[in-house]
Write a protein that binds this ligand. Structure first.
Ligand SMILES: [Zn+2]
Length: 270
């Protein structure tokens, strides 16, 4: 095993369980905002997303963002991504690369705590939010205050990586290779929820870890091909692409039992 992989949670948002999967009851549910830590033997680390931080709730106090805050109340745990890493003996300076699945606040909240890290995202995802302010940002679920000033100077794009053949994945998803400290990881295109959403595949051990961000909100969407409630479908950028991504993940689930799917909002087994 090359990478030591941890799944960490820095906060929750509250919404109805039925919105995640239509078959679930209309009950309030706390959805964790998970992110991934991949520690390489060199000592350098990668983060896949950055979870919540207090600046997310702070940033939502100014108009028009309270509209967002009231529709998805956030419970910020006391520990941010930076704190959770420090508890593991990892300094924010050890994080060499942050992969952003997309630009919703629960994925970019901790970004400003890692000023030295390179950042990788899809060009489509960045293009869809770049420069947006006020209602134009709100409609995209984007909080511009979470983006560091020097963001673009640290940015690398998924689309500039080469297409890769990864057994069990490449026949269904677009896969690109990311080399880190001489070792390979893979990124997958997971369109639908937002333009240009990407996931991360780590297969250096027996188990294959697949961070799939918001491609689904619950693992039963993958194991049983279940869709969210129609109301929740309205918020996805491209509903046909969203459904197609779920179908593809379901196929991978059926064909590759060693794949461990990690959705941001359902990282555990319950
Ligand atoms: Zn999202």
């Amino acid at each position: 095993m090359t990478f030591n992989v941890s799944v960490l949670v820095s906060g929750y948002c509250e919404s109805y369980h039925k919105l995640a999967v239509k078959a679930f009851p209309w009950k309030k549910h706390q959805f964790p905002a998970a992110f991934g830590l991949l520690k390489h033997p060199s000592g350098n680390a990668i983060l896949f997303d950055t979870g919540y931080a207090p600046r997310v709730s702070e940033g939502m106090k100014s108009f028009p963002f309270p509209l967002y805050a009231s529709s998805l109340p956030i419970t910020q745990s006391r520990k941010t991504a930076k704190d959770l890493l420090e508890a593991k003996g990892i300094s924010h300076r050890d994080v060499d690369l942050i992969i952003l699945s997309h630009f919703h606040p629960d994925h970019i909240g901790g970004l400003k705590d890692f000023p030295d890290a390179r950042i990788l995202c899809s060009r489509d995802a960045w293009k869809s939010v770049k420069g947006r302010q006020g209602f134009k940002a709100l409609f995209k679920g984007y909080l511009p205050k979470l983006i560091p000033d020097d963001f673009e100077s640290r940015l690398e794009f998924y689309e500039d990586l080469s297409i890769s053949n990864l057994n069990g994945f490449s026949d269904t998803l677009e896969i690109r290779r990311l080399t880190f400290e001489g070792d390979d990881l893979h990124l997958a295109s997971l369109p639908g929820h937002v333009p240009g959403q990407i996931g991360l595949i780590e297969n250096s051990g027996e188990k294959i870890n697949f961070f799939i961000a918001d491609a689904v909100w619950h693992k039963r969407a993958i194991s049983e091909g279940l869709l969210p409630h129609p109301l929740a479908m309205l918020i996805h950028d491209d509903r046909n692409a969203y459904k197609s991504t779920i179908t593809k993940l379901h196929k991978i689930y059926l064909n590759s039992p060693s794949v461990h799917f990690i959705p941001t909002h359902h990282p555990g087994s319950k």
